[in-house]
Design a protein around this ligand. Structure first.
Ligand SMILES: [Zn+2]
Length: 453
């Protein structure tokens, strides 16, 4: 670390125990917060440009999919679903080389920072070359994600994905999946190849299992057994009704029920989507200590269904938010769609907060705690925070929880002004220092995709 210690001052800040005023924040040269003092003097301190809130972890991302956002919106036969979207995704996958993936990831990570995220868990499954063979360095693609995170300054938890089959019962992968697949030995080689890069850059590592379709129960048990006991484990589960039907046919069990019988769900686990659950399954997950990874904009875009958030939160279930396919890249938009889905279903308002509580604050606190747990960041004093725009009249006139409600429900997606990650300013006055080059490289990739459409 080469940065110097900083003495900051915020007129209002959301701290671990709630809102505080006139807050002095000391950040050391390692990017750690060493002291936070409310009711302090601003003398000798840099005055921040608006209220300060913690940076949100983004617990679910497939970076390359950012390039196809908006490209699967031509109506087909009337039965379009996740599965027709997946065909467009496979087309994109067939065209991207390592430079392309790095360019997309850099652009995306900057967009996430500007949306209020300070770190991301990348559920990375694009491993092999275009012809399906491993790269000379098996970790080539994963290292591009690490480099993109390092260059843009977003915190990274890299989750290399195990993917071996096209459906339940260990079915052989289909040609569209050739860039994703490994056997257990190949996957172990990938993980070993990644360790030095993660140590060098400070990226956290975890495990992802693509889905119950893509790994057999024996493979899931072996992967969990061979994983460092403190590493997070993520899996897509029960995202679409067809997955529930296929799982019932193959196993006699629903997906979440099946997973909970294969694995001992606990605080290491993050169940991505878990959209389709019975009340019994909801109870099991809510009491397991696991986090559910909700990606409301993507789930809406793909027509997945609605997560039973009212019941789940009432039972104390943990959750975080992710941007998954990146049809949105903002904290405010994900939290807003999460709440609005429940309102639309129930024909009621303010569904996810207790009586008298702010919905924005309840969702923000929940997603922050669950997100940190899911990306393996539970013990951290890292200076990761967002300064909202104190010149925005909506923000300037608000105080306490109203700041979050204005940001999330007032349509102020661009209220994020400055973002600090690990003690360094990554976004200042809505700009990233490398915006110009990152945009230029990203445009090249989009033109390449357009030329082959
Ligand atoms: Zn996903």
């Amino acid at each position: 670390m080469t940065q110097s210690a900083q003495k900051l001052f915020a007129t209002e800040a959301l701290l671990a125990d709630g809102w505080a005023r006139d807050v002095a924040i000391d950040v050391d040269a390692e990017g750690q917060i060493t002291a936070i003092k409310p009711n302090a003097s601003s003398v000798g301190r840099e005055r921040l440009a608006g209220p300060v809130v913690p940076a949100m972890p983004n617990l679910h991302s497939h970076a390359f999919q950012r390039a196809m956002a908006g490209l699967a919106e031509i109506a087909g036969s009337g039965e379009d679903s996740f599965w027709t979207w997946r065909e467009e995704m496979y087309r994109t996958v067939g065209l991207l080389d390592p430079d392309d993936v790095e360019a997309i990831a850099k652009k995306l990570f900057v967009e996430m920072l500007k949306g209020g995220f300070g770190s991301v868990a990348e559920f990375h499954y694009l491993h092999n070359a275009i012809d399906g063979r491993p790269y000379a360095d098996r970790a080539e693609m994963a290292k591009r994600i690490i480099r993109a995170a390092q260059r843009t300054g977003i915190g990274l938890t890299l989750l290399p994905v195990f993917y071996a089959h096209s459906n339940f019962g260990g079915a052989a992968p289909n040609p569209g999946q050739r860039r994703f697949v490994h056997d257990l030995d190949g996957f172990q080689d990938l993980r070993e190849a990644l360790t030095p890069a993660s140590v060098e850059t400070g990226a956290r590592l975890g495990l992802a299992i693509h889905s119950l379709r893509a790994a057999t129960p024996d493979e899931i048990r072996a992967l969990v057994r061979d994983t460092n006991p403190s590493d997070p484990i993520h899996i897509h589960v029960a995202e679409q009704q067809r997955e529930v039907d296929d799982c019932l046919t193959a196993t006699g069990r629903r997906p979440v029920q099946h997973l909970s019988e294969i694995a001992d769900l606990g605080s290491r686990w993050c169940l991505i989507h878990a959209t389709h659950m019975t009340p019994d399954e909801t109870r099991v997950v809510a009491s397991s200590g696991a986090v559910v990874g909700l990606c409301p904009a993507t789930e809406a875009n793909l027509g997945d269904g609605l997560f039973p958030a009212v019941d789940y939160l009432k039972q104390g279930g943990g959750f975080g938010i992710g941007t998954d396919s990146h049809v949105a890249t903002s904290v405010a938009e994900e939290l807003r769609i999460l709440e609005y889905g429940q309102r639309l279903r129930d024909q009621r308002r303010n569904r996810l907060a207790a009586p008298g509580a702010s919905v924005g604050r309840t969702l923000f606190d929940g997603a922050l705690a669950g997100g940190r747990q899911a990306i393996g960041m539970t013990v951290s004093n890292a200076a990761d925070f967002v300064v909202l725009d104190g010149d925005n009249p909506f923000i300037a006139a608000a105080t306490g929880d109203q700041i979050l409600d204005r940001w999330i429900f007032g349509g102020l997606d661009h209220a994020v002004r400055d973002v600090m990650v690990a003690g360094e300013w990554r976004i200042r006055n809505r700009a990233h220092g490398d915006d110009e080059r990152i945009d230029r490289d990203f445009l090249k990739v989009l033109k390449k995709l357009a030329a082959t459409a």
